[in-house]
Design a protein around this ligand. Sequence first.
Ligand SMILES: [Fe+2]
Ligand SMILES: [Fe+2]
Length: 470
Amino acid sequence: MPIDYSEAIPNNVNLAGDRRLQRALEQWRPGFLEWWREMGPMNSQHREVYLRTATSVDAQGWATFGYVKMPEYRWGIFLAEPEADRKIAFGAHRGDLAWNEVPGEYRGALRRLVVTQGDTEPASVEQQRHLGATCPSLYDLRNLFQVNVEEARHLWAMVYLLHAHFGRDGREEAEALLRRRSGNSDNPRILGAFNERTPDWLSYLMFTYFTDRDGKYQLASLAESGFDPLARTCRFMLTEEAHHMFVGETGVGRVVRRTCELMREHDTDAVGQYGGIDLKLLQKYLNFHYSVSLDLFGSELSTNAANYFTMGLKGRFNEESRDDDHRLNEARYAVERPIDGKIERREESALLALNENLRDSYAADCARGVARWNKIIQAAGIDFELVLPHRGFNRKIGDWSAIKVGPAGEIISEADWTARAGEWLPTTAEREFVGSLMRSVVAPGKFAGWIAPPARGINHQPLDFEYVRP
Ligand SMILES: [Fe+2]
Ligand SMILES: [Fe+2]
């Protein structure tokens, strides 16, 4: 079904055929626009941005590119095409037809999943709202704005589900999504990483690599859901999400490349004096963002996760390609965690260990990008390797939060941690230094000195294209 842009809320869910729902969403919309004005990208209201907008959910050619004033961006509701007779692939209802309505007994659990996912979307926009003032190039500014409008669309995606399927509670939750604020002590966002600051562009690029990737894994497991509208919503969100992680992977890669250039040019590791970010400092930022993102997967052993799976609400990553019974009542899964002051790997109930299962898929994916960054370093003839820290490092959630673990996986005392944390995580002075490099570069085709230009432009446009008009 093509998307009709003559409607106030573009959609492929036949909103015009459900007047009550349409009215409810139209009533939510002014609050959303007010939130965007108040918490969306700063000083962006009048600028024209070369953005992509979804025009269909077809994998081939699903978007068009053109200049848009961001408050006029057409946020819409797009679900991937339904699969005829889709069956639930896991849990107690495996083999049953997927549900088009919320099963009454799972209503609370499903609402919680939708709200938790929905809350992360506006949160990241809030975290990034001030970055436009210090963009390293128009190309990067455009990508930031693209990510921001799409995260806001993801909010729409979840709000649609709340309005369409959860009645009055859903409408209240949709309002609350506009009221919480990232980092606010009275009314914070739900998950920890989404209340951290994204103070500079290096943090932002790390965030899009590590934290948007958590989003990919959460969405992919919700895309398996037996509740078909949720599955279809998430499947289309994943299409958009790929660009966010592209921004992160290529962005960090470009910083690495620039650092290597400066190292070669000046024959030193200490590139800070030449306006670069040295590799050791990049490693510290990586340590921070990876560990904070690992927390998003929750406790190692979780009855909630087991219940979501058994209920058929949230599957595993690539559920259907797994070679097992997809019910996991008897299955075991190896989990590494601290037990009585020692790190042990034990076989646990696979059902209880589903968070860890997803975290393992995520960690393997993270490692692939790190390997690509290391290739850039190698190619420059530099002897240095970026590494993912041990999963127990700097954790605030789950069993690891009870102890202190160094990046190599060694248990250390609280005192050692306090003494050495500055070797592993960015210090205040280092964050200030990175902050001092952040100065806005807005001449088309020009890039800040701490980051290399990308290999190519957006949508076949040249690098000196005017991606954002003043
Ligand atoms: Fe998102
Ligand atoms: Fe994202």
